[in-house]
Design a protein around this ligand. Structure first.
Ligand SMILES: [Zn+2]
Length: 242
């Protein structure tokens, strides 16, 4: 399957269509950025949430940190006020589908509809064409659908398994360990479909973010994914899970 992607990637260059070169490069899925600068992109999935997202925005504002929010379209429709705050306060609003299906489990038509509806939901708030597949699940054909919908695909270099209940101390230690230059870290300001009881509670995540932002003040900058891409060269991988 990988060979298919490489073949498709090579074709436009062979035809000399220089303008498509950047689009071809984007066929890989962004996992981190190669940079010597002390910059990290914190990303928050599955929101916006009416309680946790405003609390998180307060923490980020106090520490002059920026983040990228991969939101679910249905939740944007339910919480437009919180959504508006995200971009008003300098963060990036990005696409995590309309209703969070595994992209590998639905038809191509459904995938494109999920991306399109979320894109329409976030557009009035200044949302951008960055996409993260739910649970990071991706096939060659789902990746091509993202490309067809003219979105760039963003995965991560580290996650903290924060969809499982953990103590603030444990999450803080894992977050600290994830902070290498150019890292893209996945966190959740909401949980779409909690696998275990209590997982929807985000208090420990908010505590960990507060502790780390305090600790790293003056040592590390917390930026959006587009800002991270300005600081270095994107590290892109096939990221095919099915
Ligand atoms: Zn998700």
């Amino acid at each position: 399957m990988l060979r298919t992607v490489l073949h498709l990637a090579a074709a436009p260059i062979a035809l000399g269509r220089v303008a498509t070169a950047s689009r071809v490069r984007r066929l890989g899925t962004l996992v981190s950025v190669d940079t010597g600068e002390p910059v990290v992109a914190l990303t928050f999935d599955d929101g916006p949430h009416p309680e946790y997202t405003p609390r998180l925005l307060d923490i980020l504002r106090r520490h002059d940190a920026r983040a990228t929010f991969f939101v679910i379209g249905e939740r944007v429709a339910e919480h437009p006020g919180v959504t508006a705050r995200i971009t008003q306060e300098g963060h990036v609003l990005a696409n995590h589908t309309w209703s969070h299906p595994r992209m590998t489990d639905v038809t191509g038509e459904s995938r494109r509809e999920e991306i399109r509806r979320c894109a329409e939901a976030i557009a009035p708030f200044g949302g951008v064409r960055l996409f993260r597949p739910p649970q990071g699940r991706q096939s060659v054909s789902s990746r091509m659908d993202v490309h067809r919908m003219d979105h760039d695909c963003v995965a991560w270099s580290a996650h903290l398994e924060d969809w499982l209940p953990q103590s603030p101390a444990a999450l803080t230690a894992r977050l600290r360990a994830a902070l290498t230059p150019g890292a893209i870290v996945v966190l959740h300001d909401a949980i779409w479909d909690p696998m275990v009881e209590g997982a929807e509670n985000r208090d420990a995540v908010l505590d960990a973010v507060e502790v780390i932002l305090t600790e790293m003040s003056g040592h590390m900058r917390f930026v959006t994914v587009p800002e991270l891409l300005v600081a270095g060269v994107g590290n892109r991988k096939p990221w095919i899970t099915a």
